[in-house]
Design a protein around this ligand. Structure first.
Ligand code: VGL
Ligand code: ZN
Length: 204
């Protein structure tokens, strides 16, 4: 049953709950699928629900396979700064790019990101050059959204970058850490937690 607890100006943003980030996927996050029932239930509380979908063309520059001799999870230097090289994941139209089959997808908007072959995009707001907009900021403002709750995958990458950008853009921003899961690569979770706190994100 629908029980709207939050005003229309408070949106739920569900980040990258896709097969490739769940157990068995190409870039599996431990327990990534465990958050699906809780996210589905949380959707009942919000009138405004938005989802993001990591959406890379084959041969994307964030894939280790696109760099001669590079191992997955190693670092490289891109024109826009340091970049982790990932296993091939969330390729446009693939099963891995689809939402987890049990995730409710009856939200208002799906934001796809990471489609620019030359730039990765962790954040729902800006690509990793921190400059190229996805358009989400304008969409939210046009709809009168002032506050955001974020959940999803991965807590230390796409949830983190989205939450920090949201707070910097002036949205009251909170992350439900119980409904998120992390990759935790070389201390990335601790770093992300500090960064979100410093940006004024509430971790709940
Ligand atoms: C993500 C790494 C690469 C994420 C996406 O959704 O956190 N992480 N692409
Ligand atoms: Zn990606």
């Amino acid at each position: 049953m629908e029980t709207i607890l939050h005003p229309r100006s408070h949106a739920l943003l569900v980040i990258d709950v896709q097969n490739d980030f769940c157990p068995g996927g190409a870039l599996a996050v431990a327990d990534g699928d465990a958050i699906v029932p809780g996210i589905n239930a949380l959707m009942d509380e919000f009138e405004t629900v938005l989802l993001t979908q990591d959406w890379h063309p084959a041969g994307h520059s964030s894939f280790a396979s696109s760099h001669d001799g590079a191992e997955p999870y190693s670092m490289t230097e891109m024109p826009y700064g340091p970049q982790v090289l990932w296993p091939d994941h969330c390729i446009q139209g693939s099963v891995g790019a689809m939402f987890h089959p049990d995730l409710r997808t009856d939200g208002d908007l799906i934001v796809r990101k990471g489609f620019n072959p030359a730039i990765d995009s962790y954040s729902a707001f800006f690509e990793n050059d921190h400059e190229t907009s996805t358009g989400l900021d304008g969409y939210l403002r046009s709809r009168g959204i002032e506050r955001l709750t974020l959940v999803g995958l991965a807590l230390d990458y796409c949830v983190n970058f989205s939450a920090v950008d949201a707070a910097r853009l002036g949205f009251a921003t909170e992350v439900r850490t119980d409904l998120s899961r992390a990759i935790d690569l070389n201390g990335s979770l601790a770093e992300a937690t500090e960064g979100m706190k410093a940006a004024g994100v509430s971790l709940i």
